[in-house]
Design a protein. Structure first.
Length: 338
């Protein structure tokens, strides 16, 4: 701060004091002239102190980074996962070595999936779906504990706010998630399930929960067992939501997520979707199965979604060669877009 700035501040302070004195809010004995030079002197002393502190701080930073360069350790930012190739990791020798060596849990966007070996694909799939990339500081469980419920991120930047729209695909007669989101957040919830033939084609379950007996897929058609299936884009059109934000989309549709994901990612239907809660079904371990699935997951990442919670559904316990601990065929991934 220059002396001129300090003087200006002192003069402004002086005027304020004068006004307060005039309004009888301060005793009228202050003399502005002596006050001003006094304040300038004090401010100059403080500026000198702060400058000295800054110099000390800078020299600490310099010493630290010199030491870091000497030891050869990469500078790993605290708030983002290190890029896999630059990260010097101690792989250890126990049963986790193989997973650490071959499984990529982050940064799928930049991974060249075609170049991965069969083993790397398998380790990557089961590592990726069981780890997170961003922090959601507060989550709320919507719906049943166990099957049927999901976590919604309640952080202020992604929290649903009335008026809000939620799409819920795959109900299987359990509306606990849908009812909770409507009641807690006041959102209009659109619930879809083509298998619930006990229900009318379209019906309002409550003022805010709207059921449609249709399903989500990679194209719009009627399947062999007469279920009307739609792309996400066509559903948004059908309901007049092309331009609206969809605050949360929940998808639990028993393997139909695989054809639906590329369509959603490539058509722009993921635009203005803030949270994506998605169950991945990973039932096989061979390359032909895994490669297109990881490519679909890569598209979700490319659309800007980051994992904030990963849950292994215990209903589909599974063991994977190379993993020393239990896996599942059903991973419930919770994504948000910041
Ligand atoms: C359901 O409620 C909406 C208003 O939220 C209304 O426009 C629609 O007609 C209702 N549908 C049925 C089938 O009652």
């Amino acid at each position: 701060m220059s002396t001129r700035v300090v003087n200006t501040i002192a003069i402004v302070a002086c005027v304020v004091i004068a006004v307060l004195v005039t309004l009888h809010l301060l005793p009228g004995t202050l003399t502005c002239v002596s006050q001003t030079s006094d304040d300038t002197q004090k401010a100059n002393v403080r500026i000198q102190e702060l400058t000295n502190e800054l110099h000390k701080f800078k020299s600490l930073v310099d010493t630290g980074s010199q030491r870091q360069q000497k030891s050869g350790l990469p500078n790993i930012p605290r708030d983002s996962p290190p890029a896999h190739e630059n990260f010097v990791e101690d792989l250890g020798s126990g049963p986790l070595k193989l997973v650490r060596e071959k499984g990529y849990a982050h940064d799928l966007v930049t991974l060249e999936l075609d170049k991965l070996t069969d083993e790397e694909l398998l380790m990557t799939m089961h590592s990726y779906v069981d780890n997170i990339d961003v922090l959601c500081r507060r989550k709320f469980r919507m719906g049943n504990l166990g099957d049927g419920g999901w976590e919604v991120c309640d952080d202020p930047d992604v929290r649903p706010r009335d008026p809000c729209i939620v799409y819920s695909f795959g109900i299987n007669n359990d509306f606990s998630f849908d009812d909770d989101v409507a009641n807690v957040y006041g959102c209009h919830v659109y619930s879809f399930d083509p298998s619930m033939t006990n229900m009318p084609e379209v019906t309002n379950r409550s003022e805010k929960v709207h059921f449609h007996r249709i399903g989500l897929d990679g194209r719009t058609y009627v399947n062999a067992i007469n279920w009307p299936l739609y792309t996400l884009q066509d559903i948004r059109k059908k309901l007049g939501h092309q331009r609206d934000a969809i605050d949360v989309i929940k998808i639990d549709i028993e393997n139909s997520e695989w054809p639906a994901i590329p369509e959603m990612a490539e058509s722009g239907a993921f635009d203005k979707v803030k949270q994506l809660l998605l169950e991945y079904h990973v039932e096989k371990t061979d390359r032909n199965f895994l490669l297109p699935k990881l490519k679909a997951i890569q598209l979700v990442e490319k659309a800007g979604f980051k994992k904030f919670y990963a849950h292994k559904n215990p209903a589909c316990i599974f063991s994977v060669k190379g993993f020393p601990v239990v896996r599942t065929k059903c991973y419930e991934l919770h994504y948000l877009k910041r």
